[in-house]
Ligand binder design. Structure first.
Ligand code: FES
Length: 285
């Protein structure tokens, strides 16, 4: 069983948890993910590792409430235990000395970019990070990303904090001025990653995306996470999660992300079914 050592609320709907998982912490690398289950019959949630502490055997996860299981996860307390916590899964980020690189995080993708930016900086790259969200409250892990980068630029769609606008506008400004950018990593909503790739294409800068497909087993057996890359079928869980963004079939990817929407809404409705007090004073559904 995997104990929740520390829990923090980063925003109304975003939580950070440090989980005791020494087997995962001993071998995890930037870019990899875990799949957790709250209980034996529960849903499996894939989450990119936001941080790790090998000495203490801890893994940090950051998640947003988007449905029934993530909401249930948010109700757990420090000391509670998860039924399973499998990982590290997926391929690690290709960390090498490239020179000047850009890492971009949007929404909870900010947490996912953290270990990648840090590792790139540790090997000597100049790392410019751009993080963005709709509004100020949704900017998470700013201090950690700042420390992991050579330079940090924050954007908000509504201008409530940092630069007003999208991360891709800042990216374009940098690419216009600086021809020495060697590679870009981007993690966030599908539309943000797609627009990032469209932005970098005219400059021929390699752009790596981390895809967050719907997963079931996480081991390449079920096919749930399949995507088309350069005309070929790939599994995000075993071939990814990182791919060359210019080769992703984005419309198919976006469609597949919503294919369980009906079931998700049904499950959410059942979870939120109002409870009432019966005439014997006992809480019942
Ligand atoms: S999650 Fe089943 S094949 Fe990837």
């Amino acid at each position: 069983m995997y104990k929740i050592i520390k829990k923090e609320r980063l925003h109304d709907t975003i939580y950070s948890m440090w989980i005791e998982a020494p087997d995962v912490a001993s071998s995890v690398q930037p870019g990899q993910f875990i799949i957790l289950m709250i209980q034996e019959k529960g849903e499996r949630i894939p989450l990119t590792v936001a941080d790790f502490d090998r000495e203490k055997g801890l893994i940090r996860i950051v998640f947003q409430i988007v449905g029934k299981t993530s909401e249930e996860l948010s109700t757990l307390k420090e000391g509670d235990k998860l039924y399973s916590f499998i990982g590290p899964l997926g391929k690690k980020t290709e960390i090498a000395l490239y020179g000047k690189v850009i890492t971009i995080g949007g929404g909870t993708g900010i947490a996912c970019i953290h270990t990648i930016a840090r590792a790139l900086k540790e090997v000597g790259n100049e790392v410019i990070s751009i993080i963005g969200a709709r509004t100020k409250d949704l900017i998470i892990m700013e201090e950690e990303i700042k420390k992991a980068s050579s330079k940090l630029i924050v954007t908000t769609d509504d201008g409530s904090y940092g630069r007003k606008g999208f991360v891709t506008q800042v990216l374009k400004e940098i690419l216009d001025k600086d021809q020495s950018i060697k590679k870009v990593w981007t993690i966030g909503p599908a539309i943000m990653m797609k627009v990032t790739c469209e932005t970098t294409k005219p400059y021929s800068v390699e752009t790596i995306v981390s895809l967050n497909s719907v997963m079931v087993d996480g081991t390449g057996m079920c096919g749930s996470c399949r995507v088309t890359i350069n005309g070929e079928t790939k599994f995000v869980c075993t071939d990814g999660p990182e791919f060359d963004g210019q080769l992703v079939e984005w419309s198919e990817f976006a469609n597949r992300l919503t294919r369980y929407q009906e079931q998700e809404q049904k499950s959410w409705g059942i979870y939120h079914k109002p409870t009432h007090t019966c005439r014997y004073g006992k809480e019942t559904e």
